[in-house]
Design a protein around this ligand. Structure first.
Ligand code: NAP
Length: 312
């Protein structure tokens, strides 16, 4: 019987594990076969305190090493099922079944796709969402990036090191991304911008050949060898039937305050004993450092909850 099982191995999950283990709890992380979360798909991280510049995968490896060093069990299998109706909870990770008093749901979020014709068919054949993984394949080729947030800026910078012709397509006339990141992209001579423009279709049979674009009621085809979709994220909540979600599909938190107004629980969900941390519930901040902080809060909430509900 575990005291706490953490589902997810991004900054939220690993930080929760560090705290839970140091509280003396029997702790396991179900990390998933592709452990580490979104930072595994990024390049330079320059806004995580303590590291002026570090590669995303290196930062996650350091967190994982720290967690393992503390003696936490990390299970590199995909979490497949959770029965929320019965306590202690039973968590299934592929062929393994585990019992636990509490859960921290920290499975993060994944790429949002445009949902336009041929996008799904051409994924891996010119359509990608991960520049650090795939930019190399577009050396010397023409590429587009779709989106106006930090991810789009980051993707564009990576791709522009390989492609001589990058077009950044954004649906509005203003970027959502941080100014510092936009400035870096603007400084790159091989990136041009298309504002107020939407991708309405992708073209190609075996591989991508072009994008059908629409702006101010006009449609045209932009020939492209590759497109990187960077339009945000969708939370990974599919395997949590019974957990209440908000109107955007993120796990809903049930903050609880003491009579004095002091926060009692920040990361509680609708199911007693299940807490949440990171991008799976966070539709607003979505940073590595905020995910880590939410992980810490979830572990502190577990500690409080166990002390009140399972003092053994
Ligand atoms: P985001 O901030 O939500 O931005 C998504 C962008 O895609 C927006 O510009 C949005 O347009 C556009 N978009 C959304 N749906 C679209 C659709 N169906 N068609 C066309 N465009 C669409 O997402 P993100 O850039 O992935 O970033 C997610 C979070 O991670 C953010 O909090 C970001 O700060 C963080 N992040 C941080 C870093 C870093 O600091 N190094 C790097 C990457 C990501 P509108 O602007 O019109 O809404």
């Amino acid at each position: 019987m575990y005291d706490v099982i953490i589902l997810g191995s991004g900054p939220a999950g690993f930080t929760a594990a560090i705290y839970a283990q140091r509280f003396g709890y029997k702790t396991a992380v179900i990390a998933g076969r592709k452990w580490g979360g979104q930072l595994m798909l990024t390049t330079d991280v320059e806004n995580y305190p303590g590291f002026a510049k570090i590669m995303g995968p290196e930062l996650m490896q350091k967190m994982r090493d720290q967690v393992l060093g503390l003696g936490v069990e990390i299970i590199d299998k995909d979490f497949t099922k959770l029965d929320v109706n019965k306590r202690p909870f039973t968590v299934t990770a592929e062929d393994q079944s585990l019992e636990t008093k509490t859960i921290i749901a920290a499975t993060g979020a994944d790429t949002r796709w445009l949902g336009v014709p041929n996008e799904e068919k051409l994924r891996g054949h010119g359509v990608s969402s991960c520049a650090p993984c795939d930019a190399f394949f577009f050396k010397g080729k023409s590429v587009a990036v779709v989106g106006g947030g930090d991810s789009a800026m980051e993707e564009a910078q990576v791709i522009a090191k390989f492609s001589p012709d990058v077009v950044l397509i954004h649906r509005r006339d203003r970027f959502r991304a941080q100014k510092a990141m936009v400035d870096k992209v603007k400084a790159m001579k091989n990136i041009r911008f298309l504002f107020n423009t939407r991708v309405v279709e992708m073209q190609g049979e075996e591989k991508l050949t072009g994008l059908v674009l629409e702006s101010e009621g006009k449609r045209w085809v932009l020939p492209r060898d590759g497109v990187f979709v960077a339009i945000g994220l969708d939370p990974n909540t599919q395997k949590f039937s019974g957990l209440e979600l908000d109107s955007h599909g993120y796990v809903k938190r049930y903050e609880e305050k003491e009579e004095t107004g002091v926060m009692k629980y920040f990361t509680k969900t609708n199911i007693p004993g299940i807490f949440t941390a990171g991008d799976i519930h966070d539709n607003r901040y979505k940073q590595a450092v905020t995910a880590a902080a939410f992980g810490c809060m979830a572990a502190l909430d577990v500690q409080k909850w166990l002390s009140e509900n399972d003092p053994s």
